[in-house]
Design a protein. Sequence first.
Length: 569
Amino acid sequence: MNTIDTRMLSFMVEKELIQKVEAERFQSLGQSPESLSLEEHLIHSGILTQDQYRRAVEEYFGVPFACEEDFPNEPVLINHLSVQFMKESKFIPARLEDNELTIIMSNPLDYYVLDAIRLATHYKIHVLTGRENEILEAVERHYGMGTTSMERIIEDMESLPEYRMEEEENIDHLRDMASEGPVIRLVNLIISRAIETRVSDIHFEPFEDQFRVRYRIDGVLHDVESPPKKLQAAIVSRVKIMAKLNIAERRLPQDGRIMLRVKGKEIDFRVSSIPTIHGESLVLRILDKGSIVLDIEKLGFPEDILVEFKEMIRRPHGIILVTGPTGSGKTTTLYCALEKINSPDKKIITVEDPVEYQLKGVNQIQVKPSIGLNFANALRSIVRQDPDVILIGEIRDSETAEIAIHSALTGHLVFSTLHTNDAPSAITRLIDMGMEDYLLSSTIIGVLAQRLVRTACPHCRAPYEPNSAILEEMKAGGCDLSSIHFFDVKGCPNCSFTGYWGRTGIFEFFKITDDIQRLILEKKGSHILKEAARKRGMRTLREDGWSKVRGGVTTAPEVLRVTQQEEIL
């Protein structure tokens, strides 16, 4: 019998809820492993009713007893709270609202656990008490995938021999371990969980004393239950075998692809492996063909930008650039543009690295630098294929930029991407690559900068008053604050308690007008180009973000997270 039961019995005797003889009888019965719990014994014996027992527990612990409705319907995603910790400490996160985390614990007097949760999450903690078996069942249901939990799979691996990193040449042993049933089930579990929770990337990260798994959901990384460090080599090798990578090569980066059918859907995974000091780090980019939106009207464009952009992509020739960091949705925007103009009277050819999604009716080429097929070489060949529209995955060097410009000059419409912080900086970046200003001014017809912001969950967003710093930031961006109703997010079962569901774009559309062409020829800097465009109505990324805040689409902290401080002349 555990210490809590002993103290509960003493408390109930003291409160005259039960007789001392009943307490002694339970203590004598509680020695056998198959004996009933204290609650079951008292209720089945007719000593207390269920309500009387619950009231006694509430009085003893000083916290309410959790009802069935208090348990979460969906897992609450909280970083730094491992499933192993939940099981050992017998608690489960129930909900997160207004920076207060409600947890259900079997022992609310375990202050060490409560302090650990506070330190890990930095939330206020509200505690409910609950039955140990119900808590563990809920943890298993939400975080353990029922009977195929990671814990049970790992238990099946106890008999497997451990692979040591110093066994550099024992590749056959490593391949055998990666082919074991429990290892295969464990990797499949991690992947299937990711598909179910809208994950875009799975990260396997080796460290000195742990092998961490993280999921990127709506652009933000979340810690999830991770396997023990000793299984690192087997799991990494299993993923590499699935991606047809060389498991013997652990000193150089490798790239591969996996095609799987998960829960009835065809899913592509782009796999990247790089060596670190503690082993190989893997990232799986999930490319779900069924989830990609190829409708330009659904990307979040403001109406005025959408009209101008749709007009621009129908022009017969010129260069249209989309800029932004990795993961900002550039490829999706370009695919939507191609889908909009794709028709039987146009030949469209793309050169990509890699081809993320296959577009019907579009000739797509994947570069292969290992055999000399890079962007520049591929572009030289496809110009002779008589295309009407060319998509270049990325302008990475002066050679690719030069061919893109000459393609536009000879009557082709060219789409491509650049990595710049804003739209006007694309011009200066190309000039820095050695492109002539007169060629740029005559070929580039527009630059679209974009970012992705998480959209506020409509079920748990609530009005709030932002702090003065955010208000000043919005006022500096030209916002009229008098009619804005600000919203913040709390987290609810519908959004897995993250406060957000899905993402939308914010945009900065830099149209090359006659005035801008003259400034390019005068070799003006990006700040001058930006100010000239703003005078003609261009909104910056942050300003477009504020318009999404005004519409209740996203939150002010989210806009500040993805945009940089803007200097307006």
